[in-house]
Design a protein around this ligand. Structure first.
Ligand code: SF4
Length: 606
C-alpha cells in the first residue's frame, strides 16, 4: 500500500517502454523517492558514464505518501549523474507532479537512451507513448506546460525543460507547474535525451493501508502545523524573511563570497516583497502555501511577474552583483524560470564573472562590449539570456563555475567558489561552519538542502545547539541532518515544514506506517537507518566515480580570506579543515580516506 511497486522504463533510443516490478526487498530497504532512485542508479549505471550521453539514466521518482492526502509530502524527485558535479545527484520538485505520477500507477520512471529528435512522453496508467515535440522546441517552461495542458486537458500534469535544458546548460532545471527540480543540471540530462517533457495523465486514486488512521493523523498534523510559531510568518512571507536573518548574521554571500552582508539589504526584506504579492501558491496537500506570485509595480521592470523568488533566488540576483533592486531580482528569477535554469548556480556564475571583470581577467572583448560593474543589474539580465542561449561569454558560464574557470584560465581558478563542482547557496560557510561541513561532505557538492543546519541558521537546538563559529565539534549534528534529510526524502516530504517545526519525526513516521502498512516505517531507528544507508550508498557511487577525500575540501577563498563586512561573523575563516574532516569520517564510520569501513557496510546491509 502507498506503493505501486512499479517502475516505467523508457528507452528513447529503441522507443521501447516497459513496466517492471520493484522487488519488495528494495522497497523495504530503500523505501521510495531518493532511496529508490539512488539504488536504481547504483545498480544500473555504468561507472564513468558521461552524464550527457545516452547511457546516463534519469529517474523521476515519487514516494509512498504522494497523492494520499498526507500533508506537505507529495514531492517528486529527479535523480541522475550530474553533468555539473559528475556525482550522483538528486533534485526535488513540488507542485503536484508527484501525486499524478503515483496515481498513474508508478513509483518512478526511468528515461534512458536518446531520441532522434525532440519528443515528449505521454504516460497514463497502462499507456506510454513517445510523441514528436518539434513544435515545442525553444519554448519556455510555462509556455510548454500551457501548450501540453491545452492538448491533454486538465487531468494532465507536466514536467518539462526550457531552452537551457535543450542547449545543455549544465545547470538547467526540470520544471513542473511553477516549481522545479533545480540544482545539479538534471534538466540538461533530460535535454541530452531530446526529451522536452513528460506528461502524466491520471485520475485521483490512492491505496492506503489504514485510511481512517491516516485521516486522524492528517487532522492532528494540520493542527500541529497551524500552531507552529513559524506558520503565520512562513505562510505569509514564504522564505523571503531569511534575507534579513542572513544579512544580520553576516553570512549573506556578497561580491562572490568576499563579504557577508550587502549594504542596502533592507530594500529587499520580506515586508518589501509582501507589497508585490499577487497570489499565494501551494503544493498538493500542503496548507502552508509558501509560494507567492509577485509582480513588479514600478521602475525598469514594472509589470514583470515571477512565481517567487524564494530566499536562494533573492540572494542569487542581489549578493553576487551587489544590487538591491527588487525588480531586477524578480526579473532574473522570471527569466531563469522561463529558460529553465537553476538560479543558485546562475547567480554564482554571474558573481564570478563580475569579479573576473573587476580583476581584468575578463575584458569587454570577452563580454561583447559590456562592463560588468557591481550594482549593474541590466548586464546581469543580459548574461542570463546569454547563458540560456549559450551565446558569447554565456557559452562559457553555461558550463558552471568550475569548468568556466578552467576554460578562462589566467588565474581565475582562485575566484571559483564551488565544492565538487556545485556552487554554494546563500550561506557563507565561514559564519555557519556546520553548514560549511555539510556542504563540503555532501555527496552532491555545496547543496544547502542535503543536510541543512537549522541549528545555526534558525537557532533550533535539535538534536542539540551548535556554535556557528566553532572550528569543529559538530560532525555528529551534520551527520544527523544529512541522514534526517535522506529519511524525509523517501516519503517524499518537503523540508521546509521539517526545518521550521511544522512536521515532526513522529507525524512523518506515523503517516508512513499508516499509508504503507509497514510497521517498521513507523520506527524512527529503522527509517533513520534507511537514511544513513542511502547516504552511504551515494558515497559509494561517488567513490566508484573516482572521488576521494580531497573532493571534500573547501574553495581556497573560504580558508584564506577572512569574511568582511559581516557583522558578528567578521573575520571568520574555515580553519582546521583536515581535523574537522577526520572527526566527520570517524562519526560516519568511514576510514581516513572517507571510505565506509567494511563494518559500516555490513551494519547497513550494503
Ligand atoms: S511548504 Fe511550501 S514548498 Fe513545501 S510543500 Fe508546502 S507549499 Fe510546497
Amino acid at each position: 500500500m502507498g506503493y505501486t511497486l512499479k517502475i516505467l522504463k523508457i528507452d528513447l533510443s529503441s522507443g521501447v517502454c516497459a513496466r517492471e516490478e520493484i522487488p519488495e526487498k528494495i522497497s523495504t530497504d530503500y523505501v521510495g523517492g531518493r532511496g529508490l532512485g539512488v539504488k536504481y542508479l547504483y545498480d544500473n549505471l555504468p561507472q564513468g558514464v558521461d552524464p550527457l550521453s545516452p547511457a546516463n539514466k534519469l529517474v523521476l521518482a515519487t514516494g509512498p505518501l504522494a497523492g494520499t492526502g498526507a500533508l506537505s509530502s507529495s514531492r517528486w524527485m529527479a535523480v541522475s549523474k550530474s553533468p555539473l558535479t559528475q556525482t550522483i545527484f538528486r533534485s526535488v520538485g513540488g507542485a503536484d507532479f508527484g501525486a499524478w505520477l503515483k496515481w498513474a500507477g508508478l513509483d518512478a520512471i526511468v528515461i534512458e537512451g536518446k531520441a532522434a529528435g525532440p519528443v515528449y512522453l505521454y504516460i497514463e496508467k497502462d499507456r506510454c507513448e513517445i510523441r514528436e515535440a518539434g513544435d515545442l522546441r525553444g519554448k519556455g517552461t510555462e509556455e510548454t506546460q500551457v501548450h501540453l495542458r491545452d492538448r491533454h486537458g486538465d487531468g494532465a500534469r507536466i514536467a518539462c525543460i526550457g531552452p537551457a535544458g535543450e542547449n545543455l546548460v549544465r545547470y538547467a532545471a526540470i520544471f513542473s507547474g511553477p516549481n522545479c527540480a533545480g540544482r545539479g543540471g538534471l534538466g540538461a540530462v533530460m535535454g541530452s535525451k531530446n526529451c522536452k517533457a513528460v506528461v502524466v495523465k491520471a485520475n485521483r486514486q490512492s491505496s492506503i493501508a489504514r485510511p481512517q488512521e491516516l485521516k486522524e493523523i492528517i487532522k492532528e498534523h494540520l493542527a500541529f502545523t497551524k500552531a507552529a510559531p513559524a506558520f503565520v510568518r512562513f505562510s505569509t512571507f514564504g522564505p523571503t524573511g531569511n534575507a534579513e536573518n542572513c544579512n544580520v548574521h553576516g553570512i549573506f554571500p556578497t561580491r562572490n563570497f568576499r563579504e557577508g552582508s550587502l549594504e542596502g539589504w533592507e530594500n529587499f526584506r520580506a515586508s518589501e516583497y509582501a507589497k508585490l504579492r499577487e497570489k499565494d501558491m501551494t503544493c498538493y496537500g500542503c496548507p502552508i502555501h509558501c509560494g507567492k506570485r509577485r509582480v513588479v509595480k514600478t521602475g525598469l521592470y514594472a509589470g514583470v511577474a515571477a512565481d517567487g523568488p524564494d530566499y536562494e533566488s533573492i540572494w542569487a540576483f542581489t549578493g553576487p552583483i551587489a544590487s538591491t533592486d527588487i525588480g531586477a531580482t524578480i526579473a532574473g528569477n522570471a527569466l531563469c524560470d522561463d529558460l529553465g535554469i537553476d538560479t543558485v548556480t546562475m547567480g554564482n556564475a554571474i558573481g564570478f564573472a563580475y569579479e573576473l571583470f573587476e580583476k581584468g581577467i575578463l575584458t569587454t572583448k570577452d563580454t561583447g562590449g559590456r562592463s560588468l560593474t557591481y550594482g549593474d543589474h541590466q548586464t546581469m539580465i543580459d548574461l542570463i539570456k546569454m547563458v540560456g542561449r549559450r551565446e558569447g561569454l554565456g557559452n562559457i558560464l553555461a558550463e558552471g563555475v568550475r569548468e568556466a574557470a578552467r576554460i578562462i584560465g589566467k588565474g581565475s581558478e582562485a575566484y571559483a567558489v564551488h565544492m565538487k563542482g556545485l556552487e554554494p547557496p546563500a550561506y557563507d560557510p565561514r559564519g555557519a561552519k556546520a553548514n560549511g561541513l555539510a556542504f563540503a561532505t555532501s555527496n552532491m557538492g555545496a547543496n544547502h538542502n542535503i543536510g541543512y543546519c537549522k541549528q545555526e541558521i534558525f537557532n533550533i537546538p535539535d538534536p542539540r545547539p551548535v556554535n556557528r563559529y566553532a572550528d569543529g565539534g559538530f560532525a555528529d549534528v551534520v551527520m544527523f541532518n544529512q541522514d534526517e534529510t535522506a529519511m524525509y526524502e523517501v516519503g517524499i516530504a518537503c523540508l521546509f515544514p521539517a526545518l521550521l517545526g511544522m512536521m515532526s519525526h513522529s507525524l512523518f513516521l506515523r503517516m508512513m506506517s499508516a499509508v504503507t502498512g509497514v510497521s517498521e516505517f513507523g520506527d524512527k531507528k529503522y527509517l533513520f537507518k534507511v537514511g544513513e544507508r542511502i547516504y552511504n550508498l551515494e558515497r559509494l557511487f561517488n567513490i566508484r566515480e573516482g572521488l576521494t577525500r580531497k573532493d571534500d575540501g573547501y574553495p581556497p577563498r573560504l580558508a584564506n580570506e577572512p569574511l568582511r563586512n559581516a557583522g558578528p561573523s567578521e573575520g571568520q575563516l574555515i580553519r582546521r579543515q583536515e581535523e574537522t574532516l577526520d572527526e566527520y569520517y570517524q562519526v560516519r564510520g568511514w576510514d581516513l580516506n572517507g571510505v565506509p569501513t567494511p563494518e559500516k557496510l555490513r551494519e547497513l546491509g550494503l
